[in-house]
Design a binder for this molecule. Sequence first.
Ligand code: PLP
Length: 358
Amino acid sequence: MEFPPFEHLRFYEGVHDVRLNISYSNIKGFTLGEFHKTLPKDLDLNWTDERGPPELRRLIARHAQVAMDHVLVTTGATEANFLANVALVQPRDRVVVDTPNYSPLRDCAVGLGADVVPVVRDCHDGWSLDLDRFRKTAGGRAKLLVFANLNNPTSVPLGRNDLQELADIAQECDGYVLVDETFRELAFHHPPPSVAEFGPRMIALSTVTKVGGLGALRVGWIVAHPRLLERFKAVKDYTTVCGSSVSQLLATWALQRWSLFRRRAKIILDGNRKLVEEALTKLPALRGEVPKSGSVMFPHSDIRVPKLAQRLLRVYKTIIAEGRFFGVDDHFRIGLGGDPGEFRQGLRNLEKAMQELA
Ligand SMILES: Cc1ncc(COP(=O)(O)O)c(C=O)c1O
């Protein structure tokens, strides 16, 4: 078993101290003090439910409009993705991955020895999904079809018809559809439906990390049929057994006031979207619309992206995420969820660096 290096994560580890990072996909970080609550003295630090504390599962279930036995709490969406892959994917199984995409959604199956086939979307037709090509690539035998909804890095949604057809393809293949729904709620006006609505072959992952700015809690979940969850739980018995009771309590607090987190996210994203729309008028070497939903965008750059990223880092101490991390070299990711002052400064730096390299 050999997992490909998670290049994007390694890159971030090396530049964590750089002040201006306009590439992150999360909403501005949230702090403990902002909850205005204190941890209960009797919080059990010895045991917590292996499936996740009942109150947390109840909130997730209510949110996802499923019964509680359809929810398994995990250590982030990262563990959720790992559990589903380990439980379902065998060496040489075919796994079809929507591309561009967040790399662990592809590389986890690579690490397990699967035959992983990317289906690459084209920016020239608005990154639209070609389901016929997907069906052909699945070839009636794909074990897993993998997506993010909204997509990371393009923020393009999968709609109801797409999800229904994917359920049909999974049925034809006797396989499953895994959809990472980390960013789904950031389509504020028309959130796409959860894949969990489309039957027992469908697996939804999510997390408090991005919408909440709560990444260090490491709390995520899987919503799927209880029979599948049993298989995922059997893998979790060998990874983390259960989550941290402190983190899970904080995640419970967050989900109890989730509408507040969503409002906070919307205010930040609306403001930053305007800033980037303005900036794009001064950046002729960039092509690509600012998506109406989501926290990330993925413009094409006429300037070579590694050169641009290097200059931004070296001269302007500003980080963008190169498209190579997502499988498309001539684009880069901008994150729209950060502190507005820093985002404005980061965009100014991007403008200067692009002018200098034009
Ligand atoms: C699509 C997607 N899923 C999952 C994650 C990570 O989630 P977590 O922090 O809950 O492990 C990310 C982080 O960038 C992501 O973009």
